[in-house]
Design a protein around this ligand. Sequence first.
Ligand code: HEC
Ligand code: HEC
Length: 286
Amino acid sequence: MHTWGKSIISALFAINACAAWAQPSEQIERGKYLMNGVVACGNCHFARGDKGQPLLEKGLSGGMLFDEPPFKAYAANITPDKDTGIGKWTDTQLAKAIREGVRPDKSLIGPPMPMEFYRHLSDADLAAIIAYLRAQPAVKNEVPKSKYNMPLPPSYGPALKEVKTPATSNKVKYGEYLANIGHCMECHTPRNDKGMLLHEKLGAGGMVFNGPWGASVSRNLTPDVSGLKDWSDAQIAKAIREGVDRSGQHYKPPMGFDFYKTINDADMGALIAYLRSLKPQVFAGK
Ligand code: HEC
Ligand code: HEC
């Protein structure tokens, strides 16, 4: 059962994106924009109270349980604490963990951390996220060890060398990049009975998420009538940023609406252009 919190609104500030930076502080700002926006690592890594509410003073110190047989995983402490967090890891080690799922001791990070998608993080954005993580207060919080009663893959793919950020001028490509680093399709694509994403049905929705809210079902994000074909850009933007549908109904978790409200207009335009470029699919849910 996911124990996602409902609201972290107060944790977040509206931040303007900066496409390029020269100063380390600008790099941290870029990291903050991504982390408090489309990338939303905190949706899983924020420490949470017994009602799933984020404990802001404990920041990204982890502990959220994902009890999804065959595994029971706890989100790691990713604050710079030296004993219980990532304080002893070098930037290179941290980069390899986030983007390739390999820890400094060579062990593999397990699901639900969306490694398949984080492989797309560009060198510049990865560095910005790491700079932001380093700038957070160290919080001591010993998180229980995850248990995987299933084999993890040998790796999530070959070692990465250089990953470039696509040009923002190509809206569809840049939107695809944002959707990848926001792992939208991790939740919005149906899976086979082994839990593997059905890439030929990318964006068709239908995944069920059980939680304290009951059940929510991910929607069809493709340009089909059972998806977003008849939606205006403004309606899609409102759904993503505010978590409100066309009839004014609020969506349920676990989508990170409280983070997505800071996605700026240019990035939202790119995301929507990408969704509109997807192959139309019939909704994969019931
Ligand atoms: C869908 C939930 C989810 C999201 C989103 C997520 N993580 Fe994780 N992450 C986890 C879980 C669960 C673990 C522990 C997995 C395990 O025990 O093997 C983890 C492990 C880690 C680790 C390994 C730490 C350690 O001590 O072993 C790092 C580093 C990390 N995450 C960083 C990030 C960053 C940075 C982001 C955003 C770019 C992110 N995660 C997004 C769920 C998530
Ligand atoms: C952790 C899982 C998860 C992630 C990640 C996620 N979503 Fe969702 N999304 C959902 C679920 C579940 C719903 C439906 C909620 C409900 O019905 O209450 C939803 C609803 C939506 C809707 C409303 C569509 C409609 O037809 O009503 C849009 C648009 C959307 N998501 C876009 C995105 C985009 C873009 C991203 C990436 C930036 C994203 N989602 C990331 C789970 C997720």
